[in-house]
Design a protein around this ligand. Structure first.
Ligand code: PLP
Length: 294
């Protein structure tokens, strides 16, 4: 058993359909350099990725993550990943991990410049300890994302609905949030609607109805949000996808940022104004998200 693990994947070998793809994987030393210096596309962020939560060796929601990886690849004109090959790589990585929480990352980049094939790899590593943020929540600030709700349709080359390797803007937003004395950010469209957080989806509660910004191409469709909605529906709540004006944020009865590894973090304040916290439901959501989910 190990805490860190890395596999290079040969995406070309997956063109032939078969049952067992393990001979298309090469295990590499997770602590040693493995990428060619020619891996320029990675430096340009020209690729797509996924982060999958792993709890006690069980990789969570693998198929939704693989489907989003394929969706991102299509948007970026990358070869569409063979889902069964990647599923087997995830299983192989998960089987190596110790108990506790880990994260498996899947990366598909355009590969060495002028090279014939993309570069693909899977890594596994221990997850950070998010127990405090799951318990205490996050203060958020709203930040202008700089495009309106129509941008994704008008300008598909902005790749707004793809989970690309270009997260520099998302990381800059988190630094700006910290400069403003908060823990996290919520992006707003330039026409005043709520989008998502830099690394999480947003769910708001109004009475017994829960809502999240409609994934209309401008934001990622979160696997955790989908899973939380399944749980809320089973509990008899109403759920929906809406255009949410920024002014609705402060009116919510509770709100959460949800994502695959941090899980559910209650929002305790928006732009310095306190928001009600539903500690009981937050704990319930995190217990559910930590249970094995397929
Ligand atoms: N939105 C963005 C921009 C993200 O980066 C993420 C996760 O990293 C999410 C939403 C939430 O997605 P998921 O729940 O699948 O982790």
């Amino acid at each position: 058993m190990t805490r860190r693990f890395a596999l290079m994947i040969d995406p070309v070998a997956a063109d032939v359909q078969r049952d067992d793809y393990t001979d298309t994987f090469t295990q590499v030393d997770a602590a040693a350099p493995a990428l060619s210096v020619g891996e320029l596309s990675t430096q340009r962020g020209d690729g797509v990725f996924e982060s999958i939560g792993v709890v006690d060796g069980h990789a969570q929601e693998v198929v939704p993550h693989l489907e989003r990886l394929a969706h991102s690849a299509r948007l970026c004109d990358l070869p569409v990943p063979n889902l069964e090959q990647w599923r087997q790589a995830v299983q192989q990585a998960a089987a190596q991990l110790d108990a506790g929480e880990s994260v498996i990352k899947l990366i598909l980049s355009r590969g060495v410049e002028h090279g014939p094939t993309p570069t693909a790899w899977v890594t596994a590593a221990p997850a950070a300890d998010f127990s405090a943020v799951r318990r205490d929540g996050v203060r958020v600030v709203t930040l202008d994302r700089g495009y309106d709700l129509g941008a994704a349709e008008r300008a598909p080359w902005l790749l707004l609905g793809a989970k690309t390797l270009s997260y520099a803007v998302n990381m800059a937003a988190l630094r700006e949030a910290r400069r403003r004395g908060a823990d996290d950010a919520i992006f707003l469209s330039s026409d005043g609607f709520v989008l998502e957080a830099p690394t999480a989806s947003l769910i708001l509660r109004f009475g017994d109805r829960f809502t999240t910004p409609a994934p209309n191409g401008g934001i990622l469709h979160g696997t955790t949000q989908l899973s939380v909605y399944d749980h809320l529906l089973a509990r008899g709540f109403e759920v929906g996808y809406d255009r949410i004006p920024a002014s609705d944020l402060g009116r919510a009865d509770a709100a959460w940022l949800v994502s695959s590894v941090r899980l559910a973090a209650a929002i305790t304040a928006v732009d310095g104004e306190p928001l009600p916290v539903d500690a009981e439901l937050t704990a319930e959501l995190n217990a559910y998200l930590l249970s094995p989910r397929d």
